[in-house]
Design a protein around this ligand. Structure first.
Ligand code: ADP
Ligand code: MG
Length: 693
């Protein structure tokens, strides 16, 4: 239950005065649907209205606030000419200029012979002082409201600064003072204000310096948010650890059989990771381990060997992938091996006939299935295991914390291995997982050659096409990725369709198109025909599936490479270089390249190490942009910005641990305040894990 003190902050914006359906929709769009969301919308600029000169002394081009008496209204002589209102003070006259204004409205706000405070940008020419469309016109008693530094908020089309400011003002007025949840020593050491003071201050900046993320008040609010994030993760983690795991010790029998059936041997790096996993298995603590390894670094087989250990020890196992294509691919890879070892394996996805589905669900429940591969379908309510001991989640960043939990709750003390091909810099992985164990596959697999990466100007498209023609005539396969057009995936698709038509004219019937809007069945069919060599060129939008494995595809063309992020280019390039043949990646760009785009392309040409690339990406683009985080399952912060606040993140992680060591169920006075913090940042899912929650 949300604490009562926060009720006011979670009423819908549409209940604010003056907010009708239209403004509500705009507010929801820029901030969110609730009052609390408005609090986190911080100004990105300010206007100083404290300058209050006499009219006769007003400098051209400056924002001025005048105290005037209204003298005369001069209506527009024609529709194209402005309406003017003449006002004065002891030093002279000022003309307020309005285009398309309603006279009755202007008479209402500027009645003749009355005093008004007006503020706006001044134009002086030929000694005439004008203010076009003043920003403010108020009565004298409201002077103090105007004579301030005014915050400027990021706008959205249709929402004026005035309306937004008014809404935020109302939201702040409703905001209660909340009990302090921070450690008083930290607050003192950082010289922070309390929460409400900091909040009010960030909405009333006096100088430009206060607008930067590291300014004192913004840092305090960012820290609050990071602490909520880290505390919630630590609570979940603690809860998982508390439910003891079981010691899993394999006999080695199945692994022996698989070793004999595998066409390669595991690398030292793979063995080392398996050792780490085995160590976790053997202890009674629950395993929560992240396996990071570049695309094609051989994570799947590591997962499979771990699965074998768990099956040897008598447990059921699960392998979850984010898409149907990937789940099927895992199934196809592992089925022959499983068969050789006489392991019962099956696949469950969302798109099966209910007859098949029921059969699998029943075999899972009875325990006869030993390895169940699948998509999101795996953690649905009606899926139950007899004895799930180990679960692997592939491409983890596509799943949220709670989806991961839903799967691990299908057994008692399930050990979890989560795998990602996206090298996540440590700061970012902390926000998604908190403190967890990490294993890394860093080596190139034996026999793999580095992918040759070339940057080629668009103008040489014809040569590229000719090159591909030669390559496919000698039996090679190519991916052709079409430009990313940020505005909409409709346009992305249009660009891909156009390229598909073009290439299909040249390579009749040897080209196929795949894109994110297709049905899965269709995608499967196309991937199969590419894999089987019925088509040689696969044109794709940028959504080409992560993890797709067609080892004999050796050419990757990426159009408008300058529009892609580094990590994304790296992922795409990772589709080739998976077999023993030499592979090539061609980055087509349209010149001239910006310095930043050139730097990105160069990083890619010089390195194939995903971790190096991710770090460079972080430097070149900032945390918000890296890895396409916005679309991923990584948390999105309202105030904190990891480019600036990574030190605060470290601090928050340490503090979260300390807090839970001292007060695991958050029952002290400070604990209660921390619960409020969790609800404030909507991390309240974690509260269910408190004993008295
Ligand atoms: P990832 O899941 O990390 O992207 P995969 O597990 O799909 O990578 O591995 C890519 C390819 O490399 C697969 O075809 C796999 O069979 C093969 N592979 C894995 N380990 C080795 C190894 N030690 N030696 C040779 N090939 C390997
Ligand atoms: Mg994989």
């Amino acid at each position: 239950m949300r604490p009562e003190i926060l009720f006011k902050l979670f009423i819908p914006n549409k209940q604010l005065p003056g907010v009708g359906p239209r403004i509500n929709a705009l507010l929801t769009n820029v901030a969110g649907a609730h009052i609390a969301d408005l609090l986190w919308l911080l100004p990105n600029n300010l206007i100083d209205r404290q300058f209050c000169p006499l009219i006769g002394e007003a400098p051209n081009g400056k924002i001025c606030t005048f105290i005037v008496t209204v003298i005369e209204h001069i209506p527009s002589p024609t529709r194209k000419r402005p309406y003017r209102v003449i006002c004065s003070d002891e030093s002279g006259l000022v003309e307020l200029v309005y285009f398309n204004a309603r006279s009755d409205y202007l008479h209402e706000i500027l009645p003749i012979n009355e005093k008004r405070i007006i503020s706006g940008k001044v134009d002086v020419f030929n000694g005439r002082v004008q203010v076009m469309h003043p920003d403010h016109v108020v009565k004298e008693e409201d002077k103090a409201l105007i004579l301030t530094v005014e915050p400027v908020y990021p706008l959205t089309q249709g929402l004026t600064g005035k309306v937004l400011r008014r809404c935020i003002h109302h939201a702040l007025k409703l905001t209660p003072n909340l009990p302090e949840w921070l450690d008083p020593n930290l607050v003192q050491q950082k010289q922070w204000f309390n929460w409400i003071e900091s909040l009010m201050a960030v909405h009333a900046p006096k100088t430009h310096k206060e607008l930067i993320p590291t300014s004192n008040n913004r840092a305090r609010l960012a820290y609050d948010e990071l602490l909520a994030n880290q505390l919630a993760l630590a609570m979940i983690r603690r809860h998982q650890k508390k439910r003891k795991g079981r010691s899993i010790i394999g006999s080695g029998a199945l692994k022996k059989i698989i070793n004999a059936n595998l066409s390669f041997v595991l690398t030292p790096n793979q063995l080392e990771v398996l050792e780490e996993i085995n160590h976790d298995f053997q202890t009674e603590n629950r395993m929560l381990r992240l396996l990071q390894g570049d695309v094609g670094s051989g994570k799947t087989i590591v997962a499979f060997y771990s699965i074998l250990t768990a099956i040897e020890a008598g447990f059921q196992t699960a392998l979850m992938a984010p898409t149907e294509i990937l789940a099927k691919q895992h199934f196809q890879t592992l089925q022959p091996l499983a068969e050789a070892a006489n392991i019962k394996i099956d696949i469950l996805t969302g798109k099966m006939s209910s007859k098949d589905r029921n059969q699998i669900i029943s075999n899972t429940k009875s325990g006869s299935i030993q390895l169940l591969i699948g998509t999101h379908a795996l953690f649905q309510d009606d899926v139950a295991f007899k004895n799930l001991g180990f679960a692997v989640v592939d491409e983890q960043h596509k799943f949220g914390v709670h989806q991961r939990l839903a799967l691990s709750n299908k057994g008692d003390g399930v050990d979890m291995l989560i795998m990602t091909a996206t090298p996540i810099p440590r700061t970012l992985s902390m926000t998604a997982y908190g403190d967890l164990d990490v294993s890394i596959l860093r080596e190139r697999l034996p026999g793999r050659k580095a992918v040759i990466t070339r940057a080629v100007s668009n103008e040489r498209l014809q040569e590229v096409v000719e090159g591909i023609s030669r390559a496919i005539n000698s039996g090679k396969k190519a991916y052709w990725v079409c430009p990313l057009i940020e505005i909409s995936d409709k346009l992305d698709l249009a660009a891909a369709e156009e390229r598909f038509q073009h290439l299909n004219l040249i390579f009749t019937d040897r080209v196929a198109l795949i894109h994110g809007r297709m049905k899965d069945i269709e995608k499967d069919r196309i991937m199969d025909s590419f894999r089987a060599g019925k088509v040689d060129i696969l044109v794709a939008t940028s959504v080409i599936e992560v993890g797709v494995d067609v080892p004999d595809a050796t050419i990757m063309v990426i159009e408008h490479a300058e529009r892609f992020g580094l990590a994304q280019l790296h992922q795409l390039r990772g589709r080739v270089g998976r077999g023993l043949d030499q592979s090539t990646c061609l980055l087509l760009y349209s010149s001239p390249l910006s310095a930043n785009a050139r730097a990105r392309i160069n990083v890619l040409r010089e390195s194939e190490d995903g971790f190096v690339i991710a770090e460079e990406d972080l430097k070149l683009r900032g945390a918000g942009e890296v890895l396409g985080i916005k679309q991923s399952g990584l948390p999105h912060f309202k105030i904190a910005d990891l480019t600036f606040h990574s030190d605060l993140l470290e601090l928050a992680q340490k503090e979260a641990k300390l807090i839970l060591n001292k007060d695991p169920d958050l029952v002290t006075k400070r604990g209660e305040a921390l619960r409020i913090l969790l609800y404030l940042f909507e991390r309240d899912n974690a509260v269910q894990y408190l004993k008295s929650g």
